[in-house]
Design a protein around this ligand. Structure first.
Ligand code: NAD
Length: 452
């Protein structure tokens, strides 16, 4: 891959050195990418099982291309994994905090426990100058709070705090990191801007890729971006419902409006409601941030409510398509992860769907190309895990497509009909051509394409 051929970055005569706190989707991908630029990267991971896997050369998450990138970084000595934060931070030009910021139980705020704990640990370990950078998605004001925590733990430390939100998408994370639309750096201190500018210098294919802002602005940019995209998805989902009522076709609506450059074609595919590790928690957090700031976002409040209702309503749609009851019926579910090309199950629409079908007495048989292990602890115990889509579909009364993995697109309507006992297909991703399905004698239910 051309990415490996970047010119090594140097700090004067020295190689730039960073510590990455957290070796999850973001920490691992961005750490491996920085290492590919020639930066010395020490990833600190607190979870023993995850750390052991990384140290033994096993990648605990599924992300295309990540195995090779990590192996390359380890082989050339630029990338290492450990639990010793002090060792990782020693001599680092920048310390990135890439720990989780899940929704706090009960109130929708981002839970900053891990971020603040990491900031305290880092403060205790720093000796010389470093930039402490939040890569985690954190509410406005967190960077200032981190600076105060560091000052409180070890007064007078020579540090700058910066915000550098991450925009990579699971499934195309390496490409997104290596060829970003923009890199946002929120920090007023010239020294910190210079360190971050040098770290990202290998990406400078376009002069306008780096955007320097104040820290609050950078923190808000990430929430604004995710909330806007979530709003776009929610809009087309509502249009899909409307199309079903009116006998219109949402695919044609999306195509036609997407050709308008002011709208754009992406994120206009209707589906079962957005899930994943970011949109649900980030929209909720923005709602709380805006309420607390006295400028409530009625729009994003509506997005959260509409999406929650949509996810909850998907099982009713399936049950309706099955004639009003799934009791005793064999239902095949293809796709469990919140989107294709990842094994991430966080907030996936499949979770409430499978739970409700099982509760209503269905025999649920599931298959996902990469997400089965992550799904097991999140799905009811009496679900049957199948080794292939064919096995899941065998003898099924109904088939539900939940995630649009490419390999499901190849399923032939006639073969599908022959394998199943019943004839109902509920395609929550509009993967199949409705006419071919109907020609094969299938009762096909797409999203926003079939008049009810
Ligand atoms: P993750 O849960 O996959 O990874 C976080 C890791 O940090 C875990 O492995 C955890 O064990 C580790 N950790 C926690 N505290 C630690 C500590 N004190 N020391 C060392 N390790 C510690 O989370 P993620 O998906 O990588 O997300 C991280 C942040 O990035 C979140 O704020 C998220 O919103 C944001 N983000 C995620 C994505 C994405 O697609 N996943 C994209 C952009 C931004």
């Amino acid at each position: 891959m051309a990415y490996f051929d970047r010119t090594p970055q140097t700090n004067g005569d020295e190689t730039l050195k960073i510590a990455m706190i957290g070796g999850g989707y973001v920490g691992l991908v961005s750490g491996a990418c920085f290492a590919a630029f020639g930066t010395e990267v020490a990833i600190v991971e607190a979870d023993q099982t995850r750390l052991q896997a990384l140290q033994q050369g096993r990648i605990p998450i599924y992300e295309p291309g990540l195995n090779a990138l990590v192996a390359q970084g380890v082989a050339n000595g630029n990338l290492s994994f450990g639990a010793d934060l002090a060792a990782a931070v020693k001599g680092a030009d920048a310390v990135f905090i890439a720990v989780g910021t899940p929704t706090r139980r009960g109130d929708g705020h981002a839970d900053l426990t891990y971020v603040y704990a990491a900031a305290e640990q880092v403060a205790r370990c720093l000796s010389g100058y470093a930039v402490v950078v939040t890569k985690s998605t954190v509410p406005v004001g967190t960077g200032r709070r981190i600076a105060a925590i560091i000052e409180h733990v070890v007064p007078g430390l020579d540090v700058d705090v910066a915000s550098n939100p991450e925009f990579l998408r699971e499934g195309s994370a390496i490409r997104d990191f290596m060829q970003p639309d923009r890199v946002v750096v929120g920090c007023d201190a010239p020294r910190a801007r210079e360190v971050l500018g040098r770290l990202y210098a290998p990406l400078m294919t376009r002069a306008d890729v780096m955007i320097y802002t104040g820290i609050e602005t950078a923190e808000l940019i990430k929430y604004a971006a995710n909330s806007f995209l979530a709003m776009k998805v929610t809009f087309i989902n509502e249009m899909a419902d409307l199309c079903e009522r009116l006998g219109a076709n949402v695919k044609e609506v999306a195509h036609a409006i997407g050709l308008d450059a002011r709208i754009g074609p992406r994120f206009l595919q209707p589906g079962p409601g957005f899930g994943g590790s970011c949109f649900p928690k980030d929209t909720l957090a923005l709602v709380r941030i805006a309420q607390e700031a006295g400028a409530p976002s009625r729009l994003i409040e509506a997005v959260v409510a509409v999406n929650d209702a949509r996810k909850a309503g998907m099982s009713a749609r399936i049950i309706g398509a099955c004639g009003g009851s799934v009791r005793g019926k064999r239902i095949a579910i293809l796709g469990l992860t919140f989107k294709p090309d990842t094994d991430d199950m966080r907030d996936s629409p499949s979770i409430p769907i499978v739970a409700r079908l099982v509760e209503d007495g269905a025999q649920v048989r599931v298959f996902d190309p990469k997400g089965m292990d992550q799904a097991r602890p999140l799905l009811p115990p009496n679900v049957t895990y199948c080794g292939s889509s064919d096995e899941a579909m065998e003898g099924a009364d109904a088939l539900v497509i939940v995630t649009e993995w490419d390999e499901f697109r190849a399923i032939e309507p006639d073969a599908l009909r022959a394998r199943m006992a019943g004839d109902v297909v509920i395609d929550l991703r509009n993967l199949f051509d409705p006419r071919s399905m109907q020609a094969a004698g299938i009762q096909y239910h797409g999203v926003g394409t079939t008049a009810r």
